[in-house]
Design a protein around this ligand. Structure first.
Ligand code: ADP
Ligand code: ADP
Length: 226
């Protein structure tokens, strides 16, 4: 079974804009995949459909063999999503955000607390556990989103521009975290508009522009062709 299969995925917004014009993409288990493209290419729309935040117009999404329409809860259990926008309760405390999230997945409270500690520590946020989310810096909020996406230990992590607006030092530490996670077996797909980010992290790359996949290849072949 592949981690993620998109088949002929299309999205036309109410405005009439065709954001996705038939996306086909397969992420194998253990892959680290980059979806690279300029602003407006359709990256966020793709991620948002996989995360069930946006409805597709047609096509299918399969996550570890589960069809997102027919077996939504099983499919969702397999993925952790890091959206681009911060979307947690700003007055909630960091630790509570993680425990609450774990609760959505039916994780018992003692285990939820263990997981919260584990991922806050790994992402360098343990000292901030009792701080309200609104008081965190942008980089810390981004790491909090990653920690939150990890509490149910998904088989696949999906990140939308995870390092946008992040300084170089933090970017490097986020890259290290993601690389280690992938080495430990978590499949990852992220969107980016930096080739360098894709190059450092990813094994495979799909280039998207104007709602279409222009190229889908392993990173080495892409770099050799430039
Ligand atoms: P990317 O993430 O690659 O920058 P997006 O998926 O955000 O691209 O956007 C793809 C296209 O869809 C763009 O032209 C964008 O303006 C448009 N778009 C995105 N969201 C909406 C929306 N809610 N309504 C209408 N058009 C949208
Ligand atoms: P913004 O979104 O505000 O334009 P960027 O995300 O482009 O900011 O850049 C944020 C920081 O990351 C800046 O310090 C920039 O110099 C640095 N940066 C930009 N591109 C890269 C890259 N490809 N690799 C590493 N660091 C980068």
């Amino acid at each position: 079974t592949d981690a993620l299969v998109l088949r002929n995925l299309t999205k036309t917004y109410k405005s009439g804009l065709q954001a996705l014009k038939g996306i086909d993409l397969t992420v194998a288990q253990g892959d680290f995949y980059a979806l690279l493209g300029p602003n407006g290419a359709g990256k966020s729309t793709t991620i948002s459909i996989i995360s069930s935040l946006t409805l597709k117009t047609s096509g299918s999404v399969e996550i570890f063999g589960y069809d997102l329409d027919k077996e939504a809860s099983k499919a969702k259990q397999c993925i952790g999503v890091v959206p681009q926008e911060f979307n947690f309760g700003m007055f909630e405390k960091v630790f509570d955000i993680l425990v609450t999230q774990a609760g959505y997945y039916g994780i018992p409270r003692p285990l939820a607390m263990q997981r919260a500690e584990k991922y806050l520590t790994q992402l360098g946020l343990w000292e901030k556990r009792n701080v309200q989310a609104r008081l965190l810096s942008g980089g810390m909020k981004r790491r909090l989103m990653i920690a939150r996406a990890m509490v149910h230990e998904p088989r696949m992590l999906i990140l939308d521009e995870p390092t946008a607006g992040v300084d170089i030092e933090l970017r490097r530490s986020m890259w290290d975290f993601l690389t280690t996670l992938n080495e430990q077996g978590t499949s990852i797909i992220l969107t980016t508009h930096y080739l360098e980010e894709a190059e450092v992290l990813c094994k495979r790359i799909a280039i998207i522009d104007k709602g279409e996949i222009k190229k889908d290849t392993d990173m080495k072949s892409l770099l050799a062709s430039l």
